[in-house]
Design a protein around this ligand. Structure first.
Ligand code: ATP
Length: 513
C-alpha cells in the first residue's frame, strides 16, 4: 500500500510537471480541492468528453444533448431534495482539528475488517495449495467466522443509522468500534453534524431584491427541467435520452486525493426516459453498456468492478457504481441509478406544470421513469492517468517514464522531429507538420538530442514520433516510432496519415464498444 501511495505521489507530481493538472491559484498557495488543467490536461480532458459525448449522441439515435445553465431557479433544489437532504455527516477530531465524514470513517473501518478476512483466506490458500476450498474455509475457520460476524454487525448498524439519518447512532459506532483519527491516533471525537454540500450565492443587485441561488451540485436537474422542451421540440419518443456535460459544485467536507474529490468538478450525465415498468430492463442495459464503454479503452478489464448499492438514495429503486482500481483502492468513477419518476413528479408538483408523456402506442399519458448514468470527467481523467503511468527500466540501465494513454485520448498524437537543425531537415519536418496538423494535434520538436525529445513525448503519452533525417530528403521516407514498443519503422511520408489515423481515431475506439 505504501508503495502504491508513493506511485500516486509521483503521478500527481508528473501531472504538474508535464502540464496536465496544476493546483488552482498556485501563486497564492492554492485553493483547497480546486485544480486547473494545463496545456496537455485540457486536451486529454476534451478527448475524454468527446469520447463520452459521441458514444452517447452518435451511437444512439434516441439520445440528444443539451447545455443548461449553472444557475437555476432555487426552487429546483427544493424540489430535487438537495436543500433538505444533500448533506454529509461531519465529525471533527479535537486533537488533530481535522474534519471527517462520519460515514467514510465507518466505511474505511469495514474495509479494514474485509482486508483482515482476505489476509486469512490468502494465508490458508498458500498453506493448503490446490486442495483449498475457500467457501468451506470461510464457513468453518473460527477466526474468519468471528471477523465476518463482526463485519455484518457493524454493517447492519451502519445501514440502519444512515437510513434513519441517525447522527448519534453513527457517532456511537465510531466510539464502540474504537475508530481512531488516522492523524492524531486519538478517539477524541465531536458530535456528528449534518452539513449541506451546496454552495450559495446571491443573484440580483439590491439587497432586498436579490435572491439566494445555488451553484448546481449536479447537472441532472438541468436535464429534468428541460424534459418537456426537448421532448416537444425534438419530437422525441420514449424511450429517449438527454445528455449533458458541465460543471458541478460541492462543498466537500474532506477533499483529499487530488482530483478524485474536488469542490468544482465536471460531470457527464445522461438521463434516459422510459415507460414505467420497463426501468429494470433499461437499468440492466445501461449498466452493461457503460462498462463496455470503459473497457473499450483497454486500460485493463480487471481494473473495473460493479458495486451495487444496498442503501438507496431517496429517489432510487436500483443503483450501482462502476468502480475503478485507483492507486488508493477501488473507487467510484460512475454511478448508474434507476431514479423512478421521482424528479419529474417533484418538478410537476413544485412548478405546477404538467410534465407527462403521451404514449401513442399505449394511448395513455404517464410520468416517465428515468435511468441515469452519471460519470465524473475528473475521476475518469484520474483513472486514465493512473493506469497509463509507468516507470520503465530499459536495456543498458536507462529508464523512462511513459504514459500509455489510449491513443485516441492522447493530448498530442504525433511529434515531428528533424534529426539535426540544419541541412534542410527542419524545413522538411515543417512541411510534414503542415500536412498532418489539419487532422491530428501535432508537435514540432527540434531542441535537445533525439533521445531526450522521445522521452519528453513519452512522458505526455504521444503515440507517434516522426523523425526526419538525411535519407528523407532523398527518398521521402521517415522513421515512425511507436510509443509503447519503442519500435521504429521506415515509412513513406505519403503513408503517415493513414498509419496514424488507424491508431488514434476516435471512430476506431467507438467501434470497439
Ligand atoms: P461520492 O460517494 O464519491 O461522494 P457520489 O456518489 O456523491 O460520489 P454522484 O452524486 O453519484 O457521486 O455523482 C456522480 C459522479 O460524479 C461520481 O461517480 C463521480 O465520478 C463524480 N463526482 C461526484 N462528486 C465529485 C467530486 N467531489 N469531485 C470529482 N468528481 C465527483
Amino acid at each position: 500500500m505504501a508503495q502504491q501511495e508513493d506511485v500516486f505521489k509521483k503521478i500527481v507530481a508528473h501531472a504538474k510537471e508535464y502540464g496536465f493538472v496544476f493546483p488552482s491559484s498556485e501563486i497564492y498557495d492554492g485553493l483547497s480541492a480546486v485544480y486547473d488543467y494545463g496545456q496537455n490536461g485540457v486536451e486529454l480532458k476534451n478527448n475524454i468528453k468527446r469520447y463520452w459525448w459521441e458514444a452517447m449522441t452518435l451511437l444512439h439515435e434516441n439520445i440528444v444533448g443539451i447545455d443548461s445553465a449553472i444557475f437555476m431557479h432555487p426552487t429546483i433544489w427544493k424540489a430535487s431534495g438537495h436543500v433538505d437532504a444533500f448533506n454529509d455527516p461531519l465529525i471533527d477530531n479535537r486533537d488533530s482539528k481535522k474534519r471527517y465524514r462520519a460515514d467514510v470513517l465507518i466505511e474505511d473501518h469495514i474495509a479494514k475488517i474485509d482486508e483482515k478476512i482476505d489476509k486469512e483466506v490468502a494465508k490458508a490458500r498458500k498453506r493448503f495449495g490446490d486442495s483449498f476450498d475457500e467457501a468451506m474455509f470461510r464457513q468453518t475457520n473460527a477466526r474468519v467466522v468471528e471477523l465476518l460476524a463482526h463485519r455484518e454487525a457493524v454493517h447492519t448498524r451502519f445501514s440502519e443509522a444512515m437510513n434513519a439519518n441517525d447522527l448519534d447512532g453513527l457517532r456511537q459506532i465510531i466510539i464502540d468500534e474504537e475508530i481512531v483519527d488516522p492523524i492524531s491516533g486519538t478517539k477524541n471525537w465531536t458530535e456528528v453534524r449534518q452539513f449541506n454540500l451546496m454552495f450559495k450565492t446571491e443573484m440580483g443587485s439590491t439587497a432586498d431584491g436579490s435572491m439566494t441561488v445555488y451553484l448546481r451540485p449536479e447537472t441532472a436537474q438541468g436535464i429534468f427541467v428541460n424534459y418537456l422542451n426537448v421532448q416537444k421540440t425534438g419530437r422525441m419518443r420514449i424511450p429517449f435520452g438527454i445528455a449533458q456535460i458541465g460543471k458541478a459544485f460541492r462543498n466537500e467536507i474532506v477533499a483529499r486525493q487530488f482530483i478524485f474529490r474536488m469542490r468544482e468538478f465536471e460531470q457527464m450525465e445522461m438521463q434516459f426516459f422510459v415507460r414505467p415498468g420497463s426501468e429494470m430492463e433499461w437499468f440492466k442495459y445501461w449498466k452493461e453498456w457503460r462498462l463496455r464503454w470503459h473497457k473499450a479503452l483497454g486500460l485493463g478489464d480487471e481494473k473495473y468492478r460493479y458495486h451495487d448499492h444496498e442503501k438507496l438514495a431517496h429517489y432510487a429503486n436500483a443503483a450501482t457504481d462502476i468502480e475503478f482500481q485507483m492507486p488508493f483502492g477501488f473507487k467510484e468513477v460512475e454511478g448508474i441509478h434507476s431514479r423512478t419518476n421521482f424528479d419529474l413528479s417533484q418538478h410537476e408538483k413544485f412548478s405546477g406544470k404538467k410534465i407527462q408523456y403521451f404514449d401513442p402506442e399505449l394511448n395513455q399519458s404517464y410520468t416517465p421513469y428515468v435511468i441515469e448514468t452519471s460519470i465524473g470527467v475528473d475521476r475518469m481523467f484520474l483513472s486514465v492517468l493512473c493506469s497509463s503511468y509507468e516507470e520503465q527500466a530499459l536495456e543498458g540501465g536507462d529508464s523512462r517514464v511513459v504514459l500509455h494513454l489510449p491513443a485516441a485520448l492522447a493530448p498530442v498524437k504525433c511529434a515531428v522531429m528533424p534529426l539535426v537543425r540544419k541541412d534542410g531537415l527542419p524545413e522538411k519536418a515543417r512541411e510534414i507538420v503542415d500536412e498532418l496538423k489539419f487532422d491530428f494535434t501535432t508537435h514540432y520538436e527540434e531542441k535537445d538530442s533525439i533521445g531526450k525529445r522521445y522521452r519528453r513525448q513519452d512522458a505526455i503519452g504521444t503515440p507517434f514520433c516522426i523523425t526526419v533525417d538525411h535519407q528523407t530528403l532523398e527518398d521521402n521516407t521517415v522513421t515512425l516510432r511507436h510509443r509503447d514498443s519503442m519500435e521504429q519503422q521506415r515509412v513513406n511520408i505519403a503513408d503517415l496519415h493513414s498509419l496514424i489515423h488507424s491508431q488514434v481515431s476516435l471512430n476506431a475506439l467507438l467501434r470497439k464498444i
